[in-house]
Design a protein around this ligand. Structure first.
Ligand code: GAR
Length: 219
């Protein structure tokens, strides 16, 4: 079976990209990363992609007059690479309609909180200052809002008494690296169905019949 063609968009360090690459290059998921694109030339994610021999593109948003123009260029790069699923991995830009309509229900994001709690930026600080006892991470389909799309998978971690933003972020990140490849695999298996706000996960299909059995001859 052909592998799902994934395009990863990242603006930063790229640890989620790295975990996806490990799973896909290790043959653990039915997906291959065919392009890593960034709006930042110095994103660590690009370096990680190059080390793994994955094609990269830099499209600097500052070179475009509008969000739509930038998105049009990004969509063109993804289409050129034959991308079927767009995976946002620390991509710090909101997507316009141009992007959303080019890949309907084919864009995922990961966010380091239990959405709908603590969307946006400085998420670990928000959770600590609020006094929450638990936080975690969320993989969701992307819609027009800020971290608002239908939720695919979440993982929960405790917030400990002496946590700092950094220690909490590290505990959450370890879970991010587990659930993002899992969500991509569910998509690759065609098991995700969006019904309004809810994402249904279909049971794993039986393997196709491997042999035809002739009915026994009469007599
Ligand atoms: C991750 O923690 C991811 O959840 C977060 O950025 C970090 C990227 O790390 N994304 C967001 O906050 C999006 N709203 P990485 O570059 O090491 O994967």
């Amino acid at each position: 079976m052909a592998k799902l063609r994934v395009g990863v968009l990242a603006s930063g360090r790229g640890s989620n990209l790295q975990s996806l690459l490990e799973q896909s290059l290790g043959g653990k998921i039915d997906a291959q990363v065919v392009l890593v694109a960034s709006n930042k030339a110095d994103a660590g994610a690009l370096e990680k992609a190059r080390e793994a021999g994955i094609p990269t593109r830099v499209i600097d948003h500052r070179g475009f007059a509008s969000r739509e123009d930038f998105d049009t260029a990004m969509v063109a790069a993804l289409r050129e690479a034959g991308v079927e699923l767009v995976v946002l991995a620390g991509f710090m830009r909101l997507l316009s309609k141009v992007f959303l309509e080019a890949f309907p229900q084919r864009i995922m994001n990961i966010h380091p909180s239990l959405l709908p709690a603590f969307p946006g930026l400085n998420v670990q600080r928000q959770a600590l200052e609020y006094g929450a006892r638990f936080s975690g991470c969320t993989v969701h389909f992307v819609d027009g809002g800020l971290d608002t799309g239908p939720i695919i998978i979440q993982a929960v971690v405790p917030i400990l008494e002496d946590d700092s933003e950094q220690s909490l972020a590290a505990r959450i990140l370890a879970e991010e690296h587990r659930i993002y490849p899992r969500a991509v695999q569910l998509f690759a298996e065609g098991r995700l169905r969006v019904e309004g706000r809810r994402v249904r996960i279909a049971p794993k299909a039986d393997p196709p019949e491997t042999a035809l059995v002739n009915p026994a001859l009469p007599g």
